[in-house]
Design a binder for this molecule. Structure first.
Ligand code: PAF
Length: 281
């Protein structure tokens, strides 16, 4: 399987697709795992042709070291994609190909969705995500684009991006895929030591118990309880735990009947940042 590296070649290949065919896009930053493959399989089932993009997008990294250490293994990624379907088109451009003018994110007004949680701790992160996703949508013009719910805030912001930029694409959310003990699949998990990776099931267990407690306790009490669990665990440092409305992502102050809430968490383990979330009702 040979990846397409230039916009020109991608354009040539995509132009051969009859317009009645549906095109699915799975945007990734590579270092693929079972979570990505679930998105790819769904895209293959639901579309005539599928593009998987592999691009470690520099404008969404607020931390240089995180960008440098982000895992990369293009040949393994290509093997995994080929094992799902050899006809998938892989677009793996260089940074110069994507950011010819300047490696800077555009500025968007995501109407507050980017002010909380990840947005609060990762400066300009969502402007960087918006910049690359908008460019991929414009180059590939997919009918359907697939994103995992592990990055739930990102998913919500991409829906907003499509709305504000009036991009004709269906955003398809896909459930979180977990390791056997509950740790949400992430390319960053590769960087954890075996010992900590095994212990990291603790993050999801805590979210599950928080969900049970949310049935009878206030958001404040649940937040306090989660914070205390992490204070007792020296291998994991909690950056934030938030309970938010799934539509507005605003932190919950008082439960409102018929509203849907989700709990969100970011944790450091061995200096590696892990995020997860769970539907509460
Ligand atoms: O979720 C990711 O892997 C990235 O944020 C995305 C959507 C591919 C944009 O770089």
């Amino acid at each position: 399987m040979r990846p397409i590296e230039t916009k020109k070649e991608l354009d040539k290949i995509l132009n051969r697709t009859p317009s009645s065919n549906t095109l699915g896009l799975v945007p990734t930053m590579g270092a693929l795992h079972k979570g990505h493959l679930a998105l790819v399989k769904k895209a293959v089932q639901e579309n005539d042709r599928v593009v998987v993009s592999i691009f470690v997008n520099p404008t969404q990294f607020n931390n240089k070291e995180d960008l440098v250490k982000y895992p990369k293994d293009l040949s393994k990624d290509l093997e995994l994609i080929e094992s799902v379907d050899p006809d998938i088109i892989v677009f793996a451009p260089s940074v110069e190909e994507i950011y010819a003018q300047s490696v800077r994110p555009k500025k968007y007004d995501f109407q507050g969705l980017d002010n909380v949680m990840e947005g609060e701790f990762r400066d300009d992160h969502f402007n960087g995500v918006g910049t690359i996703v908008e460019q991929l949508f414009s180059l590939i013009q997919p009918n359907n684009a697939y994103f995992g719910e592990k990055d739930f805030q990102q998913l919500r912001i991409i829906k907003k991006l499509v709305e504000i930029q009036k991009i004709p694409v269906n955003i398809i959310p896909c459930p979180i895929v977990r390791e056997d003990h509950g740790l949400a699949m992430s390319s960053r998990n590769e960087r954890l030591s075996e010992n900590i990776r095994l212990k990291a099931g603790f993050i999801f267990k805590t979210l599950q118990t928080a969900k049970e407690k949310f049935g009878t306790k206030s958001a404040l009490k649940v937040k306090e309880w989660v914070k205390n669990q992490f204070l007792k665990e020296e291998d994991f440092e909690m950056e934030y735990f938030e309970i938010a409305d799934v539509e507005t992502l605003s932190p919950l102050k008082r439960k409102v009947k018929n509203k849907k809430y989700r709990a969100f968490i970011a944790v450091y383990a061995e200096d590696i940042r892990l995020i997860d979330n769970i539907a509460l009702n």
